[in-house]
Design a protein around this ligand. Structure first.
Ligand code: GYE
Length: 304
C-alpha cells in the first residue's frame, strides 16, 4: 500500500475500504471456491479490509450478521442471501445508515431499490440446460426421475427447478419424488438412500441441483448395488472439479456450470459504487455445460 503517503486532501483511493461480507455458509465445493474468490478480491493488497461472516445457511444468522456490519459502520455490505425472502427491514436499515449493499451469487425477492447491484449466475438458464439434456437423452421413453433440491427458499433451488421443469415439459420424464438435500454431500446421500428404499430400481434419472448432492448420492446408489451413470443417469449443476471428475469417470452423465469466481467483479463494483459511479444493476457470469468427454478435456485446467 501507500503507507506514509502524504496525499493532499486525503485522496479517497488511499483509504482502506471496510466491507462486511455475509456468506451463506460452507455447504459445498462451489461455496468454498466462491469464498476463496471473494477473500482474494477483497484482500488488503487490493485496498480492502474484509469482515467475513458465514451464516451456517441460517437466514436469522445472516440477518444478524448484516445488522452487526451496520452497527460497525462498514463502508459497504456484500450479501450472498441464503433465501430470497425476509430482507426488507434489514436492507432499509442499511439504507438509512447510508451503507450501500451489493448482492453476490443469490438473488432476493422484493424491492430492487434496497440494493445497488447483483452479480451472479443465471440459475433458471442452468436448470433449462440440465432439463434440455434430460429431455433430449431420456425424454422419448418413459423415465422416472428423482430430484435433490438445494436449500429450500434459496434462489438457485427455486430457479433451477423452474428452468428444469419448463425444459422437460411434454417429454416422458415423470417426477417420482423431489426433496431438499440442502446442497450438501451428507444430505444428498441420506435423501438418495430414502429414494432408493422407496422406489428401488424404478428410478432411471437423478437431477441433483448441485454437484455435492450428486456426489453424496453416488455412495447411496453404489451401496444399493446399482451403477451410477448407467442404471441411474445423473445430471448435476456447478461443474466443480469433483463434479467434472465424476463426469469424466462416467458416473455423472451431464454437468452444467455455475461460475463461482465472482470476487473480482464484486470488488470492482463495490469500488465503483463508493466512488459514486453508475454500476449495472445486474451482471451475469456466462456458464458452459459438460458431457463426460468435455469434462475430461476441461479437468486439467479447472480452477475450482
Ligand atoms: O450451486 C451450490 C451452493 O448459490 C449458486 O449454492 C449457489 C449454490 C451452488 O451451495 O453448490
Amino acid at each position: 500500500g501507500s503507507a506514509g503517503a502524504t496525499s493532499s486532501g486525503g485522496a479517497k483511493s488511499d483509504k482502506v475500504i471496510t466491507v462486511g461480507f455475509a456468506q451463506t455458509g460452507s455447504e459445498s465445493g462451489w461455496r468454498s471456491a466462491n469464498t476463496e474468490s471473494m477473500k482474494d478480491a477483497f484482500s488488503a493488497k487490493n485496498g480492502f479490509k474484509l469482515v467475513f461472516n458465514a451464516a451456517d445457511n441460517k437466514p436469522e444468522n445472516q440477518i444478524a450478521a448484516v445488522r452487526s456490519f451496520i452497527n460497525q459502520g462498514v463502508d459497504a455490505i456484500v450479501i450472498a442471501p441464503v433465501v430470497t425472502t425476509g430482507w426488507d427491514d434489514v436492507l432499509k436499515e442499511a439504507k438509512d445508515a447510508n451503507i450501500p449493499v451489493i448482492l453476490e451469487d443469490r438473488t432476493i425477492d422484493g424491492s430492487a431499490d434496497l440494493y445497488k447491484a447483483w452479480i451472479g449466475d443465471d440459475f433458471k438458464k442452468e436448470g433449462e440446460t440440465a432439463g434440455a439434456w434430460a429431455a433430449k437423452s431420456l425424454g422419448a421413453q418413459a423415465t422416472n426421475m428423482v430430484v435433490l433440491e438445494g436449500t429450500t427458499g434459496s434462489a438457485p433451488a427455486i430457479d433451477r427447478a423452474t428452468g428444469f421443469s419448463s425444459a422437460i415439459k411434454g417429454s416422458q420424464i415423470k417426477t417420482l419424488d423431489s426433496q431438499t438435500g440442502n446442497f450438501t454431500r451428507a444430505d444428498g446421500k441420506t435423501v438418495m438412500e430414502g429414494f432408493l428404499q422407496k422406489y428401488g430400481k424404478t428410478i432411471n434419472l437423478l437431477f441433483a441441483q448441485n454437484d455435492d448432492m450428486g456426489l453424496g448420492a453416488l455412495d447411496a446408489i453404489k451401496a444399493a448395488g446399482l451403477t451410477p451413470g448407467k442404471d441411474i443417469q445423473i445430471v448435476t449443476i456447478d461443474a466443480t472439479h469433483d463434479g467434472l471428475q465424476a463426469a469424466a469417470d462416467g458416473q455423472f452423465n451431464f454437468v452444467v456450470e455455475c461460475n463461482p469466481l465472482l470476487g473480482p467483479t464484486v470488488a470492482q463494483t463495490v469500488k465503483d459504487v463508493l466512488a459514486g459511479k453508475d454500476v449495472p444493476k445486474s451482471q451475469t457470469a456466462t456458464d458452459q455445460s459438460f458431457t463426460p468427454e468435455q469434462a475430461k478435456t476441461a479437468l486439467p485446467d479447472r480452477k475450482y
